[in-house]
Design a protein around this ligand. Structure first.
Ligand code: TYC
Length: 101
């Protein structure tokens, strides 16, 4: 009697990878008016007044504040757009990005 041995095939499992995330960081400066920082946070990061104000105060007191996390493209575009809004008014307002650990 012959026996058929069925070997299990190695399964190749493709685990969907999440794209790496980037933090957008707001930096404090001595010149940009507080209300303008709040306006930018609302316009670019869709924050409500109260949250935007709290974020602005945190950056003002601590020197910097992580404000949101996005995929690299979105983080860089928003940081650039927000920085540009300040630049257009002659303010040194600055947003930077950093990969999340
Ligand atoms: N420090 C600024 C001022 O006193 C206000 C400010 C807050 C600017 C946060 C930038 O990220 C910032 N007018």
């Amino acid at each position: 009697m012959s026996q058929t041995i069925v070997k299990p095939r190695p399964t190749t499992r493709v685990k969907p990878q999440r794209p790496p995330l980037y933090k957008v960081i707001l930096l404090n400066d001595d010149f940009t008016p507080r209300e303008f920082v709040v306006l930018v946070l609302k316009a670019v990061f869709n924050m409500h007044e109260e949250i935007a104000h709290r974020v602005m105060i945190t950056a003002h007191q601590k020197g910097a504040c992580v404000i949101a996390v996005y995929t690299r493209d979105v983080a860089e575009t928003k940081a650039k757009e927000a920085t540009e809004m300040g630049k257009n008014k002659g303010y040194p307002l600055f947003f930077t990005t950093e990969p999340e650990e």
